[in-house]
Design a protein around this ligand. Structure first.
Ligand code: SF4
Length: 103
């Protein structure tokens, strides 16, 4: 069963891309937003403007004490990922997470 063990590792390792609806909702803090919202979503994706703001250590701005501070309203990609998933599409990500956990 998919389950989050709240290690917080995935929220540090991977950039979180918002979907179109999330990006234009204005509810999330995104990279480059100080320059304004990009009106064309494809362009926003190309330049990475739809990526959640990350702190200097790479962690998501919403990660607080290893816990997602916006858990109930977190982006779709966060909802779909679990580090104990057996889905093939997550295999490489899970390998990276396990490498960090082993350190
Ligand atoms: S929004 Fe929450 S679950 Fe998604 S990366 Fe940030 S802290 Fe993690």
């Amino acid at each position: 069963m998919d389950e989050c063990n709240q290690s917080g590792v995935c929220c540090k390792l991977f950039a979180i891309n918002l979907n179109e609806k999330e990006y234009f909702s204005g509810k999330f803090k995104t990279e480059f937003e100080e320059f304004g919202i990009v009106k064309d979503f494809l362009e926003a994706e190309m330049i990475g403007a739809n990526i959640l703001t990350r702190l200097e250590d790479g962690s998501c701005i919403y990660l607080k004490d290893k816990i997602c501070s916006i858990h109930k309203t977190r982006p779709q990609v966060c909802r779909g990922f679990f580090c104990n998933s057996e889905k093939e599409q997550f295999k490489d990500m899970i390998t990276q997470i396990n490498l960090v956990k082993q350190k």
